[in-house]
Structure formats: structure tokens, C-alpha cells
Design a protein around this ligand. Structure first.
Ligand code: PEP
Length: 255
């Protein structure tokens, strides 16, 4: 497989800037200069600059948890792509289910952010996934398709290689419930097949599709062994350098 594994931590609204520095140093120490697996940490906005400096001599890259689709101006409380780029942010998590649920983010808004991130040379990690209600109504693939195609509207084939997709079943986020490797693989394969239909098989083959939802060292090996799972978007287990480091190690050993 030509795709590199990517392990991305989403620290959510946790840790002060000082605590974030401490965790970032632990992650940088664990990862060092090894580049066989791509590693991203995504602290809160106020910690980005300090974490950026801590990881600068490692291969760990910086991610943000959100971004405005606007370049600048009267948008109180928002953070722009230029502000993120200035502190060397390379990735941005967009359309996370918590943003969709608590902040009313729609596919249209997420798409605007995806397009603007790409234009700004920040790689979007586009999050998609079904709720428990969707899964029980047998609507998983339909919901995932709508969110995927909605989020990628007007994204060109040449830009696709810079997009990361994170499949995160909402019912598995922060709940300790994980999709079985087979359940996750089924959705990942269908995401790749939708990408292949929209773009081309060769473009789809290059896209990293991450799994997110209670991934931890105990279940990572089986998930990462699946053909279309190219890494993880990690919440809880990313808040501990040893657990996060163990996930990076699992990705190094994955087939
Ligand atoms: C997430 O929020 O993206 C996530 C996957 O969280 P957790 O690992 O805690 O389920």
C-alpha cells in the first residue's frame, strides 16, 4: 500500500497552554524524527503557538480543531487560515460531529471550510459519520455518502491528495464503544469507492481514510490491519503521551 498511516490527536477543549506543552513534549519525545508514520497533534487555539515550538524539531505536525471559511474581517470569535498558517499549522479538523451537533455546522459550511483550507495550504481532515439512530435505521452508508459528497463539493481531483477523511461513527466517540474492524472496514471501503466514482480509482487510492471512535492501544492493531483504514483520529487516548505513542507504534507495525 502506498498510503502512509496517519495518527492524529484531537485534544478538544482540554489542557491549558502549559499542559499542552507538556503533552506535546511527551509526544515529540515518543515520535522523534521517525517519519514512517505521520503524526499530528491538535491542541486548542491558545496552545497552538507554544505547541508549534515544542514540536518543531520532531516530525510531529500541528493541527487545529476548526477554522473560519472567511479570510478575515468582522467575524467575532473566529480564527482564520492565515492565523493558523502563521504558527505552522498543517492540518485542520473540519466537520467534527461535536461541531455539527453543538454548533450547528452543516455540510454546506463544512464544504466552504474545506475549500478555504485547501486554498490556504492547510490539509483538511474532513470528519463524517452516522449517529446511533442512523445506524439502527440502516442509514449509515447513506449518511456517510451525503456528508462525504457534501463536504467535497467543488474539490478538484488534483486537490484530493491533500484531503484526509475521518470516518467517525458518532456513537463510538468518547463512549468506549468501538466499531468492530469489519464494521469500520465496510464503511471505509464504501468511502473509497465513492471517491473512486467521483474522481478516479487512482486518486481514491491515495486518500488517507482514518477511523475515529474510542481507538486505543488495545483495539488499534485490529482496526489498522483493515485494508482501507489508514490511521486514526484519536480523542481520549491522545491526551496521554504513552497511549498516543503506543498508537503510533501500532501504526508502524501495521501491514
Ligand atoms: C474524536 O473526538 O475524534 C474521537 C475519536 O474521540 P475518542 O477517541 O475519545 O472517541
Amino acid at each position: 500500500m502506498s498510503r502512509k498511516y496517519l495518527i492524529a490527536g484531537n485534544w478538544k477543549m482540554n489542557l491549558t497552554p502549559s499542559e499542552s506543552e507538556e503533552l506535546a513534549s511527551g509526544v515529540a519525545k515518543a515520535v522523534g524524527k521517525d517519519a514512517s508514520v505521520e503524526v499530528v497533534v491538535s491542541p486548542t487555539f491558545t496552545a497552538l503557538d507554544r505547541v508549534s515550538k515544542i514540536i518543531e524539531d520532531s516530525t510531529v505536525k500541528l493541527g487545529a480543531q476548526n477554522m473560519s471559511p472567511k479570510a478575515s474581517g468582522a467575524y467575532t470569535g473566529e480564527i482564520s487560515a492565515a492565523m493558523l498558517r502563521d504558527v505552522f499549522t498543517k492540518y485542520v479538523i473540519l466537520g467534527h460531529s461535536e461541531r455539527r451537533e453543538y454548533f450547528g455546522e452543516t455540510d454546506v459550511l463544512v464544504n466552504e471550510k474545506v475549500l478555504f483550507a485547501l486554498e490556504s495550504q492547510i490539509k483538511p481532515i474532513l470528519c463524517i459519520g452516522e449517529t446511533l439512530e442512523d445506524r439502527e435505521a440502516d442509514k449509515t452508508l447513506e449518511v456517510v455518502k451525503t456528508q462525504l459528497l457534501g463536504g467535497l463539493e467543488s474539490v478538484e481531483e488534483s486537490q484530493l491528495v491533500d484531503v484526509v477523511i475521518a470516518y467517525e461513527p458518532v456513537w463510538a466517540i468518547g463512549t468506549g464503544k468501538t466499531a468492530t474492524p469489519e464494521m469500520a472496514q465496510e464503511v471505509h471501503a464504501s468511502i473509497r469507492s465513492l471517491l473512486s466514482e467521483k474522481y478516479s480509482a487512482s486518486a481514491a487510492e491515495k486518500v488517507q481514510i482514518l477511523y475515529g471512535g474510542s481507538m486505543k492501544p488495545a483495539n488499534a492493531e485490529d482496526l489498522l490491519a483493515q485494508a482501507d483504514i489508514d490511521g486514526g483520529l484519536i480523542g481520549g487516548a491522545a491526551l496521554d503521551a504513552a497511549s498516543f505513542g503506543a498508537l503510533v507504534e501500532a501504526a508502524k507495525k501495521a501491514p
